[in-house]
Design a protein around this ligand. Structure first.
Ligand SMILES: *[C@@H]1O[C@H](CO)[C@@H](O)[C@H](O)[C@H]1NC(C)=O
Ligand SMILES: *[C@@H]1O[C@H](CO)[C@@H](O)[C@H](O)[C@H]1NC(C)=O
Ligand SMILES: *[C@@H]1O[C@H](CO)[C@@H](O)[C@H](O)[C@H]1NC(C)=O
Ligand SMILES: *[C@@H]1O[C@H](CO)[C@@H](O)[C@H](O)[C@H]1NC(C)=O
Ligand SMILES: *[C@@H]1O[C@H](CO)[C@@H](O)[C@H](O)[C@H]1NC(C)=O
Ligand SMILES: *[C@@H]1O[C@H](CO)[C@@H](O)[C@H](O)[C@H]1NC(C)=O
Ligand SMILES: *[C@@H]1O[C@H](CO)[C@@H](O)[C@H](O)[C@H]1NC(C)=O
Ligand SMILES: *[C@@H]1O[C@H](CO)[C@@H](O)[C@H](O)[C@H]1NC(C)=O
Length: 275
């Protein structure tokens, strides 16, 4: 009884040490900017968002290498046969089944490091990744639901008379658009692309409101963004060079007329004065 308590205590200590060292190194480091979103579910599956084009690392359970028999990574990506990467300690051999993606590899030789790396993360890497460690005491699992994030491209422009359009193009998942101040908005449009990205578009009108500047706020898992635009009340329409030219011409002409009149007036006054 006493020895058993002592043994589990030392094992616990080892686990803690391994966990601490693991979190300060590879798989939980700052390169995965989204690590703070990770949520450990009660069952032990981890929801892991990762930014596209970054380097992602997934960890196995913190089991002491000494106690290992076999390590298996199971990778399930929709539309692909499930891939398995296995390592048997006794023979120091690795074996792969159905794995074709060269971007998904062991971080190092599995006797050094059992973690999995995806380098670089592509939009097609959404899926379930599970590490299974077989020990004499049983199997230990750690599963990740990997969600690839893509930053949307945000644009804001005035389309018509006090009407602005804000777009978050090809983001994953869909972004959320809000306005300050609130305008008179058409229902937000979502356009779904084949690669899993979504373009979100919101168009609002500030007819009665006397706001001169409006702000479009785009909130997204990859970071929020705000853009603002000045609303013109008059005729002026962005995206119409001919009209802009006309306005410029009109302004120049008016200025010319004003100068002419002023000069004429001054001249006239002088003549009066001389008389
Ligand atoms: C993670 O998020 C929490 C709040 O949800 C915050 O207090 C903490 O500082 C964040 N950690 C990092 C490393 O950003
Ligand atoms: C973890 O997720 C996988 C894949 O969705 C699921 O099959 C499994 O049941 C989950 N594991 C637990 C312990 O809930
Ligand atoms: C390999 O792919 C085939 C076909 O999709 C599948 O039946 C088999 O279970 C896969 N093997 C492993 C080890 O996942
Ligand atoms: C296991 O094999 C790798 C090469 O595949 C080698 O670098 C490593 O030293 C071997 N480890 C042991 C413990 O034999
Ligand atoms: C996804 O598809 C859209 C539309 O074809 C494209 O604009 C976008 O660049 C694609 N994104 C990625 C990450 O492939
Ligand atoms: C501009 O907005 C006002 C107020 O909503 C509206 O009455 C008017 O018809 C609009 N003009 C054009 C050219 O869209
Ligand atoms: C218009 O702007 C003025 C000053 O900024 C403000 O006091 C007034 O409430 C505004 N009117 C409307 C209808 O928003
Ligand atoms: C992004 O915006 C959303 C909604 O406006 C907010 O809940 C969230 O805290 C913001 N995130 C950051 C990192 O500012």
């Amino acid at each position: 009884m006493h020895t058993l308590g002592k043994m589990s205590a030392s094992r616990l200590l080892i686990s803690i040490i391994i966990m601490v060292s693991a979190s300060s190194s590879s798989c939980m480091d700052g390169k995965q900017m989204t690590q703070n979103y990770s949520k450990m579910s009660a069952e032990g599956n981890i929801s892991q968002p990762v930014l596209m084009d970054t380097n992602a690392m997934l960890c196995c359970p913190p089991i002491e290498f000494r106690n290992l028999i076999v390590i298996v990574w199971e990778i399930i990506i929709r539309g692909q046969p499930s891939c398995t990467k296995a390592y048997r300690k006794e023979t120091n051999e690795t074996k792969e089944t159905n794995c074709t993606d060269e971007r998904i590899t062991w971080v190092s030789t599995p006797d050094q490091n059992s973690d999995l790396q995806i380098h670089p993360v592509a939009i097609t890497h959404d899926g379930y990744y599970r590490c299974i460690m077989a020990t004499p005491d049983g199997n230990f699992h750690r599963g990740y639901h990997l969600q690839v994030l893509v930053t949307p491209e945000v644009t804001l422009f005035q389309s018509r008379n006090r009407t602005a359009v804000c777009k978050a193009v090809a983001g994953k998942p869909a972004a959320q658009i809000s306005w300050i101040p609130a305008g008179d908005c058409a229902p937000t449009e979502h356009e779904y692309w084949g690669n899993g990205t979504v373009t979100v578009e919101s168009m609002c009108h500030w007819g009665d409101h006397n706001a001169s500047t409006v702000t479009c706020h785009v909130s997204h898992l990859t970071g929020n963004k705000s853009l603002y635009i000045k609303l013109n009340s008059g005729l002026r329409t962005s995206g119409s060079p001919a009209l802009d030219l006309l306005i410029i011409l009109y302004v120049k002409l008016s200025l010319f007329v004003v100068i002419l009149v002023t000069t004429g007036f001054v001249f006239f006054q002088r003549i009066n004065y001389v008389r």
